[in-house]
Design a protein. Structure first.
Lengths: 147, 82, 147, 82
């Protein structure tokens, strides 16, 4: 049950390996990694991620605690970055461990759905032409209704 | 005195990330009306409240949340984490 | 689009890192890792995984190709081990990469559901008391009906 | 001549992993009947065909699959990958 909010890069391989080893009585480990995608035109210079320092950690911990309880997880990990990121950079990751695969998959999807719409992060894209805030998608809000 | 925080384009429109506000507003919605009456930049930031979210003492809340005893109110657009 | 069937251990961290870096225009990367779980009594000595060498690679490649097509994946990876494994050892992993998270999650679940019931592997558990073949679960067969 | 392969407990009951079988069986089901008639260990392995799966030339198939032109038939319990 770990939450980390940080500006620095994280080492995905080391994190996933360490998480899986620490949960190796669980049978099923799922990991999701979010990566800065370029625009369709390929003109993205950078993404700036702003967050709400006083709230971010506790909001993520609350989301995580709900998932841990609902799926009786053996382990969970959330890492989310803020600051300036370039195309191809990893933004965040979640990992979940459970005895069975369905629980590991569902809980990871739950974490992602809530992170998308309930964690206080905002993304601004800077292209060669200008900049704009990434808008929340109706589909992301709608995704919460299944839980 | 309440700490009022702004994030993302709300921050950009208001022109600052946080300020202390002396208010007797009963609810968040009342506070919004007070702010809108202050200056054009607030009116621009809060023009469409349905496009905004609010956190009261760092918990997401509705706009009719009472402000009694509250230390911190934050306004921002829908979040885009993940 | 890679399938590897092997007796040797694999380096989960290096695999996931390499996969995500290779697919870093994709936005969303999902990884599932299966680990040898001990029995409830904690008396599992080892698991022996038998497979059908002539068929395994092609069966996995076929499952993968269907997932790649159905979800327009930007990348996919399946690694599955056979031979003798101990509790805590990693059995297999899948990884998928797509522009959006729903596709990465769904395709990884699809791969796992098909691997469970359509890839020619058989597991035998050796406990201090004896040994027995792991039986296929009705739920695993039923999981295929959703696709 | 067809290569016949056995896996998992089918292999254990038959007592060998593979063998060449001279047969004129028209279908997989006919081949199963021929094998069962041979010896008790085959009868034990094939006692409940509903508990078995079959691959013909390395593709999962039904038991009524014709054997004309087939090189390899494999019998095994439901798979437990992943």
């Amino acid at each position: 049950m770990t939450v980390r909010v940080q500006q620095d890069r994280f080492d995905l391989g080391a994190e996933v390996q360490g998480f899986a080893q620490g949960c190796n009585t669980s049978g099923a480990v799922v990991n999701f990694t979010g990566i800065v995608r370029n625009t369709p035109d390929g003109d993205l210079d950078r993404m700036e991620i702003e967050h709400y320092p006083g709230m971010t950690q506790s909001a993520l911990a609350e989301i995580e605690a709900k998932a841990v309880k609902r799926w009786s997880l053996k382990g969970s990990l959330i890492i989310h970055r803020y600051g300036i990121l370039r195309p191809g950079d990893m933004i965040m990751m979640v990992a979940t461990a459970a005895p069975h695969r369905v629980d590991a998959f569902e809980s990871a999807q739950y974490l992602m759905d809530y992170l998308k719409s309930r964690a206080p992060f905002w993304k601004k894209e800077f292209t060669t032409d200008g900049h704009q805030w990434v808008e929340a998608k109706d589909a992301d809000e709608a995704a919460l209704t299944r839980w | 005195m309440i700490d009022v925080l702004y994030f993302a384009w709300v921050r950009e429109r208001v022109g600052l990330p946080r300020e202390q506000v002396e208010t007797s507003a009963a609810t968040v919605a009342d506070l919004v009306e007070e702010l809108k009456a202050r200056q054009e930049r607030y009116a621009a930031a809060f023009a469409d409240v349905s496009a905004l979210r609010v956190a009261v003492d760092q918990e997401l809340c509705a706009f009719d949340t009472p402000l009694a005893g509250v230390r911190e109110v934050a306004f921002f657009p829908p979040m885009t984490g993940g």
